[in-house]
Design a protein around this ligand. Structure first.
Ligand SMILES: Cc1cc2nc3c(=O)[nH]c(=O)nc-3n(C[C@H](O)[C@H](O)[C@H](O)COP(=O)(O)OP(=O)(O)OC[C@H]3O[C@@H](n4cnc5c(N)ncnc54)[C@H](O)[C@@H]3O)c2cc1C
Length: 524
């Protein structure tokens, strides 16, 4: 099969899938090539904060303004991915109130609506806060599901004629006479080599963007900042809680569907593909969080993960917290004389739509296409039908009175209340071809049991629905469990350790998975 499109997009994170949707809405065909699953880079490893812009309002007002504008747009177009939680910036005695003053006036200057609260008012809104707080500011933060966001953008792109191929790694760019004509790559699961051709290539490979252009002898000045995040088995707070001080480690807690996300750290790294959450990071995050939410000590940690921010290095910047969290579109024709190629790096998930718009504007200018961006007007496919569905609503839907067909409405994932019907839908309607796709689309396996009981049940449904792509069921199960284990490993103690022992008994003791092949469930 010859792969061809007007534009090839490298990378299936929020930026790449956002670009694909934008291209489709402007009438251009596109081909997205993603080396792993969608959202497997920084998108899936982020903290799920729909920034109000406040975090950067003192240090980087233009970025803050951009965030706020996009925050408003995403609430409209991506309603199914966004939970409108609001947020608080809380001051503790050691922070003083001087930063709060600067913060409030900076928010006013860029037009972010905020409200100063007394400690009593803040505690009434968020009772889990420390009684020591000396002040708080209410801000329009939200919580956003990065997996649904990427999947919905990809679906929108497909509806407009785009093609998305996952597990397809781009190994080199194909150029002729100083112009990029396409890419050469490998289907990772089969080892098959492919070539794809286009009039333009957009490199949205995130932290790996520099590796992608290296085949043409080009480079991108990036520093890589690793951030680690802890996941609790329940929501720690109902609002996003931030510390009111210059951005630092362990100063944000985000309620994310059924869980709480504690973040983050910022550590410069070199190796993008071997990220580990270190015990010191776990300790630091818990200590800092306990200052704001003392009950964190009682929470059960169910996993930890890390992602990398690719930060575009400007001259004179000394440490990675000082590098702008803004984004850059690099025109390789202007910079290095190579035509037909743009790279886009940096930014935030919350500004992915704007990033996509700017990259596609630049590509359209080169291609002589005059259609303008419509992504801020058009809702994502799922958001056209419904807004955010909370766990309480799910619970209602899965109550016996609401069940139409007891077989289909059987709950396969008890932690996240995912029914057989939802898993079948993910397979038949949304194209899930393995357990990781199902996890992304439904949250199956993301609760306290981390897949122990729902992975094999979901595999059965996947096979019955005829959705399993390449690979044997055993391999699929192992791959899924290994990825879950990688996240559990840094926090495996107490109840989570007992849960893992049950999982081990099921998969090694009963299914004998470890004996069947090279992949291991227990790397401990
Ligand atoms: C720890 C952490 C926390 C964060 N928290 C937030 C937050 O709360 N809110 C927020 O708005 N932002 C947050 N961010 C920033 C946000 O995650 C990123 O800005 C955003 O997700 C970047 O998306 P992307 O698509 O550009 O990159 P990525 O998501 O990294 O996507 C790049 C994709 O390219 C693929 N790829 C790479 N090389 C190749 C190749 N050769 N061939 C094919 N595919 C390839 C990768 O597999 C990857 O899927 C956070 C980032 C980190 C690291």
């Amino acid at each position: 099969m010859v792969l061809e499109a007007d534009v090839i997009v490298i990378g299936g994170g929020s930026t790449g899938t956002g670009i694909a949707r934008d291209l489709g809405l402007r009438g251009l065909s596109c081909l997205v090539l993603e080396k792993s699953d969608l959202a497997s880079g920084a998108t899936g490893a982020c903290q799920g904060l729909l920034h109000s812009g406040c975090r950067y309002v003192v240090s980087d007002p233009p970025s803050a303004k951009e965030c706020y504008q996009e925050n408003r747009i995403l609430r409209e177009i991506a309603a199914s991915c966004v939970e409108e939680t609001e947020g608080l910036f809380v001051s503790l005695p050691e922070d003083g109130l001087e930063y709060q003053e600067r913060f409030i006036s900076a928010c006013g200057a860029v037009g972010i609506p905020v409200e100063r609260l007394s400690p009593e008012e803040a505690l009434a809104l968020e009772p889990s806060l420390s009684g020591e707080l000396i002040g708080a500011v209410r801000v329009p933060d939200g919580s956003i599901n990065p997996f649904t966001l990427a999947a919905e953008n990809a679906r929108a792109a497909q509806i407009h004629g785009g093609t998305i191929i996952t597990h397809a790694r781009v190994d080199s760019l194909l150029a002729e006479g100083g112009r990029v004509r396409g890419v050469r790559g490998t289907h990772v699961r089969t080892g098959e080599v492919f070539e794809a051709f286009s009039g333009f290539v957009i490199n949205a490979a995130g932290a790996w963007a520099g590796q992608v252009v290296r085949s043409l002898g080009l480079s991108i000045p990036l520093v890589y900042s690793k951030g680690s995040i802890l996941v609790t088995s329940r929501r720690l707070t109902e609002t996003v809680v931030n510390r009111c001080r210059p951005p630092s480690d362990g100063d944000i807690i985000v309620p994310n569907e059924t869980t709480g996300l504690i973040g983050t750290t910022s550590i410069q790294v070199e190796d993008l593909d071997r990220l580990t959450v270190e015990p010191d990071e776990v300790r630091l995050l818990l200590e800092e969080t306990a200052r704001m939410i003392p009950s964190v000590g009682l929470a059960r940690l169910i996993r930890a993960y890390a992602g990398v921010r690719p930060l575009f290095m400007q001259a004179g910047v000394k440490n990675d917290r000082q590098v702008s969290r803004g984004f850059v579109v690099i025109d390789h024709e202007e910079e290095q004389g190579v035509r037909g190629l743009l790279s886009i790096v940096g930014g935030k998930m919350a500004t992915y739509r704007l990033m996509a718009e700017k990259a596609v504007d630049a590509a359209c200018e080169k291609l002589g296409v005059t259609a303008s961006c419509a992504t801020h007007l058009e809702p994502l496919p799922g958001s056209r039908k419904h807004g955010f569905v909370s766990l309480a609503e799910r619970l209602r839907k899965t109550s016996p009175e609401e069940r139409k067909d007891p077989g289909k409405d059987l709950i396969l994932c008890e932690c996240e209340l995912v029914t057989r019907r939802e898993i079948e839908k993910a397979v038949i309607e949304d194209g899930a071809s393995d357990l990781n796709d199902i996890r992304m689309l439904t949250r199956m396996g993301t609760g306290p049991c981390q897949g122990a009981f729902c992975a094999y049940r979901s595999l059965g449904t996947l096979l019955e629905a005829g959705g399993a792509g390449e690979g044997f069921p055993d391999e699929m199960l192992k791959d899924f469990l290994e990825r879950r284990w990688k996240g559990v490993r840094p926090v495996v103690e107490g109840d989570q350790l007992r849960e893992e022992q049950v999982a081990e008994e099921i998969y090694i003791g009963i299914f004998g998975l470890e004996k069947k092949g090279p992949a291991r469930l227990s790397g401990r």
